[in-house]
Write a protein that binds this ligand. Structure first.
Ligand SMILES: C[S@@+](CC[C@H](N)C(=O)[O-])C[C@H]1O[C@@H](n2cnc3c(N)ncnc32)[C@H](O)[C@@H]1O
Length: 289
């Protein structure tokens, strides 16, 4: 990557499009929370171990989606601690409030803000978490700088993103089928998206440019296990709005035939008990000076 992050000219419009898409996806994301929790529960545990989260901590979760890792953190920090769950999408945050109430968690608040954290006080938290958000952020060094500024001195930030396409066929296979059938060119280098920031040094360099110290990383496997390729397609259709957005300009009949192709391609991951699609995650942490 270039060590200089240029201000992203279409950043505001990009974030507005993201907000609309995630608002639209919130219902699907919420419907599949059990799948999401079993898919990424291990990633959350790796994140927590790397930042040594504990009772009494004040936590800021960025891009919380349907509420993770915010709600898991709330159970650890307890009544002496606090979690501020933030997201671009007001619809996502509505589900977080419902889930927190249903789980009896009174130490969780929500704030609608983007990853640059307008409205968050400097030096106010012990821990910042961001599970699967930074790759969608047009200026990720700017975001990480805001995360560092939100931390107290010595506070820790941790982010999870996916590694490259070869180790993440749960995303790369459908995306390449959609691009091929929709006759779309490959995305320009550096464009935000589900598998962005995935080369080895990208995220590490950004943590350092943002002023973090003691940067460290772990690579972890999080295979997606489902009953069948058809169930995977149902999940993807309802919760992965980016896939739908890529083919939104095509007639409905062509979209249906693309989904049939995707189901066929996913059958290569069949096991005796369903399907298991590889997914590899990079978890990175750093300390605010
Ligand atoms: C892939 S979901 C991850 C949600 C959750 N953290 C999880 O791991 O299940 C990405 C979330 O990031 C949010 N998001 C996308 N771009 C963002 C931005 N620029 N600033 C803040 N949140 C953003 C979306 O609204 C969405 O809820």
């Amino acid at each position: 990557m270039s060590n200089q992050e240029q201000p992203h000219s279409g950043s505001d419009q990009f974030i507005d499009r993201q907000r609309r898409q995630w608002d639209q996806d919130a219902g699907g994301w919420h419907k599949w929370t059990d799948t999401l929790d079993s898919w990424f529960g291990g990633v959350t545990q790796t994140m927590f171990k790397m930042i040594d989260i504990g009772p009494g901590d004040h936590v800021l979760d960025v891009g919380t989606g349907a509420g993770e890792p915010a709600l898991s953190a709330a159970r650890i920090v307890g009544s002496d601690g606090h979690v501020l769950a933030t997201d671009l999408s007001a619809n996502m945050l509505e589900y977080v409030r419902q889930r927190a109430a249903a789980q009896g968690l009174s130490n969780v608040d929500t704030l609608e803000t983007d990853s640059y954290l307008d409205g968050v006080d400097a030096g106010s938290v012990d821990v910042v978490t961001g599970r699967f958000v930074l790759m969608y952020v047009p200026e990720s060094t700017r975001a990480l700088t805001a995360w560092r500024q939100a931390l107290k001195p010595g506070g820790r930030a941790v982010a999870a993103i996916f590694t490259g396409p070869a180790n993440n066929p749960w995303a790369s296979v459908p995306v390449s089928i959609i691009r091929q059938h929709a006759d779309l060119p490959p995305p320009p280098p550096g464009q935000s998206g589900v598998l962005a920031l995935s080369s080895d040094r990208d995220l590490w360099d950004r943590f350092e440019l943002a002023g973090f110290q003691d940067v460290c990383e772990e690579i972890t496997q999080a295979p997606l296990r489902m009953a069948s390729a058809e169930e995977y397609v149902q999940y993807a259709r309802e919760a992965f709005g980016g896939f739908n957005q890529l083919m939104a300009h095509l007639p409905q009949s062509q979209q249906e035939s693309i989904w049939v192709n995707i189901a066929g391609a996913m059958q290569r991951f069949e096991t005796e008990s369903g399907i298991e699609i590889p997914c590899e995650v990079r978890v990175m942490a750093g300390t605010a000076p």
